[in-house]
Design a protein around this ligand. Structure first.
Ligand code: CA2
Length: 156
């Protein structure tokens, strides 16, 4: 069974513990459970990770690109947290790994501070989902299933 890799960046381990008005009250473990149900419903295995370290996230993107190339991974759903707005290195990693990627944000970043309204990831993502709270995760899994099935149908 192919995997969907869900990567979470800095501070997302704090989900549900602070700022419930912005990010809701579900913890990252709760979100992982939501994702497990959604992946199973679409016929994918789930690999769900979080790191506060940019280099670790870069290594995981490289790993995902290699795994996608051999058919083990359908794609990556990436909530890069604040690195979204700062990291040319993550932009280069996604481009270099040639991995299918959906950029995800829990909050509506365009309704927030100006510094959250630029993303280094959007230009190298197949799609972007934001503003649906933690429900965005299962929505992004459904979107990834569509993107992956379309790509498979094009190859055949
Ligand atoms: O809306 C999102 O998902 C963000 O990626 C979350 C990032 C933020 O920097 C992005 O602009 C938008 C922040 C993640 C930190 O999450 C926390 C959760 C609870 C308490 C404190 C931080």
């Amino acid at each position: 069974m192919k995997k969907i890799l869900i990567l979470n960046g800095p501070n997302l381990n704090l989900l549900g513990r602070r700022e419930p008005g912005v990010y809701g009250s579900q913890t990252l473990d709760d979100v992982k459970q939501l994702c497990a149900v959604a992946c199973a419903a679409h016929g994918y295995a789930l690999d769900f990770r979080q790191s506060n370290h940019e280099g670790v996230l870069i290594d995981w993107i490289h790993e995902a690109g290699a795994a996608q190339a051999v058919g083990d991974v359908a794609g990556v759903i990436f909530n890069a947290g604040a690195y979204t707005h700062t990291s040319i290195a993550l932009h280069d990693a996604v481009k270099g790994a040639a991995v299918r990627l959906i950029e995800l944000h829990i909050s509506n970043v365009h309704a927030r501070e100006e510094f959250r309204q630029h993303s280094y990831l959007s230009p190298v993502a197949q799609g972007v989902m934001f503003g649906f709270g933690t429900h965005g995760y299962p929505l992004a899994i459904a979107a990834m299933a569509v993107l992956h099935e379309q790509a498979e149908a094009t190859i055949k």
